[in-house]
Write a protein of this length. Sequence first.
Length: 259
Amino acid sequence: MDFKNVIFEKEGKLALITINRPKALNALNSETLCEIDCVIDKVAEDDSILAVIITGAGKAFVAGADISEMRDLNANGGRKFGILGNKVFRKIEKLEKPVIAAVNGFALGGGCEISMACDIRIASSKAKFGQPEAGLGITPGFGGTQRLPRLVGTGMAKELIYTAKIIKAEEAFRIGLVNKVVEPEALMDEAKALANTIAGNAPIAVKLCKEAINRGVQTDIDTGAAYESEVFGECFATEDQKEGMTAFLEKRDKSFKNK
Ligand code: DAK
C-alpha cells in the first residue's frame, strides 16, 4: 500500500518510518496521522520486524500538528483531532516492538509529542524541541502535558509548556528528554545500530520489558513489582529463554527465534 505523506521501508529486522511532508515541515494533518496509524498496524502484524525507527524527511522531524488544518476547528472538531492524535500516539507507545525516534530537526508540539510516544529518542545536534501550544492559544493535545513531566519532571515540563520556549538538542539531552545527541550525518546510522542491538536480543523479552516499564511507571511500586514477576514468569514459557541461557552455558552465540 502506498502512502502520500509517510514512507515505509524494511531493512533487515528494522522498519523505517519517515514522515514525509517536507514542504510543511512534516506537520501532522489528519491524513498523515491516519497513514501513521495504518503503518503501525502493518508493523505490528509483521513478525520479521523487531524494531522501528521513526524520522522526518528534510530539515524537520515534525513541526507540530498542522496549524492550517487546526485553525478553523470548532470545539468538537478540536476534540476529534485530539482523539485521533492521541489514539495514534498511544498505538506507537503500546506497539509490542521497540520504537526509536531519530529526531533530525524541529520536534515541536505534536512533533515533540510523537517523539515522546517512542521508547528512545536519538537527536541530531540540529534538532530543536518545544511545546509552543500556549503561544497559539491551545494546550498540548497529543500527550505533551502527560508524557513531558513523566520524562523530565514536573517543574521542567511546566517551564517548557508555560513559556513555549524552544530548546536545542544539547539542552534536551541535559534535561533527559533525549538519550543521545549525534552529528546530523551520523543520526540514522546511530539509530539503526541501536535498533539492531535491541533486535539482537530476545524479542519476546524486549516486548515484555517494554510492557513492564510502561505499566510500571503508571502505578505504585508493589503493583509494578507484581507485574514484573508476571512477565518474568512468562519468559520461562519461551524457547528463547532456553536458547539464551543454554547458549550462555555452552559458551556459544545465541540464536533467538522470537518464540
Ligand atoms: N503546521 C502547518 N504548517 C507548518 C507548520 C505547522 N505546524 N510548521 C511549519 N509549517 C509550514 C509553514 O507554514 C511553511 O509553509 P509555506 O509558507 O512554505 O507554505 C513551511 O512549513 C515552512 O515553514 P517556515 O517557512 O516557517 O520555516 P522556518 O524554517 O522559517 O521556521 C519553524 C521553522 C518550525 C520555526 C516554524 O515553521 C514554526 O514555528 N512552525 C510552527 C511550529 C509550531 O508552533 N508547532 C506547534 C504546532 S501546535 C490538540 C491537538 C493537537 C495539538 C494541540 C491540541 N487538541 C485537539 C486538543 C498540537 C498542537 C501543535 O502541535
